[in-house]
Design a protein. Structure first.
Length: 200
């Protein structure tokens, strides 16, 4: 089972390992998709790239999934919003949601898969909660006060097992020609940002 889950990633995804090549791809991309586990740094990275290259920032959490008070938007409405936003000429979209990869990937020029170790993701989520306790962070929907509970921590802990194979399968099926950069450490993320900040 585990071998089958890994197979598309190795054989069918256009996986980039060279950071300089990745930076060049990001510089020229008009539409970038950033996926990965909560707490891994997707939003921070997305916002930095958005600012660096003047890309409109789309947060699935803020703009699609949640209504005030952590009320989930209707799934059909979520998909309608995503289908509308992907038609824009330029964007960086922050959010995993494997079930919408079929409509997002065909409009995507470059994918960044933030794939940090789960303990680091848990630390990221908890430290983010401590920073924003009692408040709503900018990349969340209004009225969604920052929270961490056991259900959320369990989601992070099992993300790689449950969701990574779905991401890999979606990338292979709907975006086999879209370049994918996997970032598995903070140091690699920092190196990428340094390259993007350097003069072209």
């Amino acid at each position: 089972m585990h071998q089958r889950a890994e197979l598309p990633l190795r054989q069918e995804i256009t996986d980039i390992t060279d950071l300089e090549r990745a930076a060049k791809g990001i510089r020229t991309a008009r539409r970038i998709l950033v996926v990965g586990c909560s707490g891994g740094g997707k939003s921070t990275l997305s916002l930095k790239i958005a600012k660096r290259f003047g890309l409109p920032y789309i947060s699935l959490d803020r703009d699609v999934f949640w209504l005030p008070g952590w009320v989930a938007r209707d799934r059909a409405e979520q998909r309608r919003i995503i289908a509308s936003r992907i038609l824009e000429e330029r964007w960086i979209m922050d959010g995993t949601n494997p079930s919408s990869l079929d409509i997002r990937l065909p409009r995507t020029d470059f994918v960044i898969w933030v794939r940090m170790p789960r303990l680091l993701c848990i630390w990221g989520a908890v430290s983010r909660w401590a920073k924003w306790i009692g408040r709503t962070r900018p990349e969340m929907a209004p009225g969604c006060i920052e929270k961490v509970d056991l259900e959320f921590l369990r989601f992070i802990w099992t993300f790689e097992e449950k969701f990574a194979p779905r991401i890999a399968a979606g990338l292979a099926e709907y975006g086999p020609d879209v370049p994918v950069l996997q970032l598995k450490s903070r140091s690699r993320m920092g190196e990428l940002l340094d390259l993007l900040d350097a003069p072209a």
